[in-house]
Write a protein that binds this ligand. Structure first.
Ligand code: NAP
Length: 640
């Protein structure tokens, strides 16, 4: 039992609307949802409830009594409030009415009853037996691959995970650059069914993320299913037998062929470093490396360092290395939008951890609030207004307002360095590229006397530095590429030969598309997680998408088990119609606007990465596969 002071500290750290919702569960008293206690958030307020001090003190005092009673043995009175009350609780925590259409979605996300639509449903004995006969090959043991393993295992489906690295964790294993951390609140960036009440920071550093995924792999005993240091080089669909043949190559050169009824790729989008095609790349004589291949053996202390790129990765490592180096030259082509998040590097207060752990449902409502405020609640700010004829630096009225607020916050930080101002406020709309979280350290680093921001275009890499269009050579001892990844080249390096001997990359011709990001015609029983058009721009957790995708994939396997079909392949028309809708919808957002270039668009200028609808739409679309969308093959096609 917490002592009085401990409880006070916990209440001080509480997100009060989430606390109030938790009190409704404790007391079964909906009168906690008082109008005068309803939060009034402002855009970018990130947690400030706008409640007067008196109301805050009132909530804490009453909550203290209720929690003390609970800790002393009073029963939890309303574990599962009725739907109408839950809806009122949602409106209260969000500080605004949640549209009716969202109710079932959010109740499911909250998993108030302890179960969720994402739990595999394979209870009947016949299904169980059919599941046991299936074998699924999962490629990748990062966040998505581990998730697939957990769900397949819960469904009783046989599976094997093949991973090219020596450990689990994917991006959180590979990216070890200084300052690497999640830029999505950890209480949302975690599996919905595996909350971690002990996250040390709101946005924890990479080692903590890796620890979490290692912990999950251990808890679900996944390692026994994983072949490490092994690469899947090719996949070939055997039409006669309706199985995928996978050619594997181990690190020691050994090759093996394995077979599976279905393949799930979970290889991520952001793991193939992109080194720009600048003249002289490769001629630099000092150490040169990409952010995702950080050379920890290269001591930067006292060195002249050049960094190319100012995206999310550089944004994190530049402030870390700036104080160590003698001189740092940052080459910026386009500035990032920073959105104010003062607690970006802050520890989660011990009191907050205590609440998450000890007050029932506080963790769920806190997650709900993060989810709503940073995803669906934020999307309208980056939506394009139809017929917008305002400045091209925004795509709509709300976006313009957001721009002004964010620009003001950036300008305030360089009030003492007016020379920097024109180069640190982007001219593209907020949401055009991935925005980063701003607690001042980025511009703080750029303002350092030993740091120079260069905005002239790079024309050449020389053996001793970087040459810009004005003819200046910027000398460097070490060159670091923060230049991102070849994200739109989906599944690069993996040869996938589907029905009729057609290779997937030939079929895509550089313009990867899929139905719901997962399936593509001509490739039966082949599913992608984090495939084309499943990325999100304005926060939101990609784990949500992976969970929805995995639910759908497990549903597809259930469909095979139920029907006895050997293969399922999305219909061409369904796939094409969906992609027309996606392309059209992507034009309605900041990231789809003309003139914005980012890794969200492929070489054809098409937004091949992003999901252009609400999260609720992906949730609904992936509840279960619609059998009418697929051609189900009961018997293998006879070999011609
Ligand atoms: P990125 O966002 O693609 O940024 C690449 C940077 O390199 C951009 O500033 C780009 O400028 C610049 N660049 C590329 N070619 C250049 C050239 N020839 N000359 C000058 N500059 C050049 O890559 P990233 O920073 O690695 O981030 C990629 C994604 O990974 C992020 O959007 C995010 O989704 C994810 N990420 C997440 C986290 C996190 O959660 N903590 C951290 C890092 C990355 P332009 O903008 O002009 O193209």
């Amino acid at each position: 039992m917490a002592d009085d002071a401990e409880l006070d500290r916990a209440l001080e750290a509480a997100h009060l609307p989430a606390l109030v919702a938790a009190m409704v569960h404790l007391t079964a008293d909906a009168s906690w949802l008082k109008p005068e206690w309803t939060p009034v958030y402002t855009p970018l307020s990130r947690g400030d409830t706008g409640l007067p001090d008196e109301a805050q003190a009132d909530i804490r005092a009453r909550a203290k009594v209720a929690i003390e009673a609970f800790l002393a043995g009073a029963p939890l009175k309303a574990p599962t409030p009725d739907t109408a009350t839950l809806r009122k609780m949602m409106d209260f925590v969000a500080g605004a009415p949640i549209p009716e259409t969202y109710a079932d979605f959010l109740i499911d996300e909250l998993a108030i009853s302890g179960s969720s639509s994402k739990d595999p449903q394979f209870e009947q004995p016949a299904l169980k037996a059919a599941a046991r006969r299936l074998k699924v090959l999962v490629i990748g043991a990062g966040m998505s691959g581990l998730l697939a393993g957990i769900r397949l295992s819960q469904a009783g489906i046989g599976f094997e995970i093949v991973e090219s690295n020596a450990d689990v964790g994917g991006t959180w294993l590979v990216n070890t650059y200084p300052g690497c951390r999640v830029d999505n609140s950890n209480h949302m960036y975690s599996y919905s069914f595996e909350p971690n009440h002990g996250w040390p920071q709101h946005f924890s550093p990479q080692p903590e993320l890796l620890k979490y995924f290692r912990g999950v792999a251990a808890k679900y005993d996944l390692k026994t299913h994983i072949r490490f240091e092994t690469t899947v080089e090719s996949l070939t669909w055997d039409e006669a037998r309706s199985v995928w043949r996978a050619e594997l190559k181990a690190k020691d050169g050994r090759r093996e062929t394995i077979e599976a009824n279905a393949v799930v790729t979970a290889v991520g989008q952001l793991n193939k470093p992109r080194i720009p095609q600048i003249e002289g790349v490769g001629t630099f004589e000092g150490p040169a490396f990409h952010s995702a291949e950080w050379r920890h053996d290269v001591d930067l202390v006292g060195k002249q360092v050049a960094v190319i790129g100012t995206g999310a990765s550089a944004y994190q490592f530049v402030p870390e290395i700036a104080p160590k180096v003698d001189h740092l030259t940052v080459f910026q082509r386009t500035p990032p939008w920073g959105l104010p998040v003062p607690h970006y590097h802050e520890d989660v207060p011990e009191g907050m951890k205590w609440l998450l752990e000890h007050v029932p449902y506080y963790d769920k409502w806190y997650r709900f609030w993060l989810f709503w405020m940073t995803t669906e609640g934020f999307l309208p700010m980056v939506k394009a207004d139809e017929g917008w004829n305002g400045p091209s630096t925004a795509v709509g009225a709300a976006n313009l307002m957001l721009r002004e607020m964010a620009a003001e916050a950036l300008a305030a930080q360089v009030a003492d360095r007016p020379d920097l101002l024109p180069n640190v406020v982007p001219t593209y709309p907020v949401g055009g590229k991935r925005a980063v979280l701003d607690n001042g350290v980025w511009l703080g680093a750029l303002k350092r006397p030993n740091v120079e921001l260069v905005t002239n275009a790079i024309i050449k890499i020389s053996p001793s530095g970087v040459v810009t269009a004005d003819g200046v050579e910027h000398p460097a001892d070490v060159l670091i590429y923060g230049t991102g990844f070849t994200a739109s080249r989906f599944l690069s390096g993996l040869k996938v030969t589907g029905r009729g001997g057609r290779e997937l990359h030939d079929a895509w011709a550089g313009d990867a598309r899929a139905y719901l990001g997962m399936t593509t015609p001509g490739f039966p029983n082949f599913f992608m997680i984090y495939g084309p058009n499943t990325n999100i721009v304005v926060n939101g957790s990609i784990i949500f998408f992976s969970e929805c995708s995995v639910r759908y994939i497990v549903g597809a396997l259930r469909l095979l088990a139920e029907t006895g079909a050997k293969a399922m392949e999305v219909k061409r028309g369904v796939h094409d119609d969906f992609n027309v809708r996606v392309d059209e919808a992507n034009k309605g957002w900041a990231w789809g606007s003309e003139g914005v270039s980012s890794w969200y668009k492929n070489e054809f200028g098409r937004v091949s990465q992003n999901w252009p609808f609400g999260l609720i739409d992906y949730w609904r679309a992936t509840l279960a596969p619609n059998p009418d969308d697929f051609v189900l093959t009961r018997q293998p096609e006879p070999v011609a």
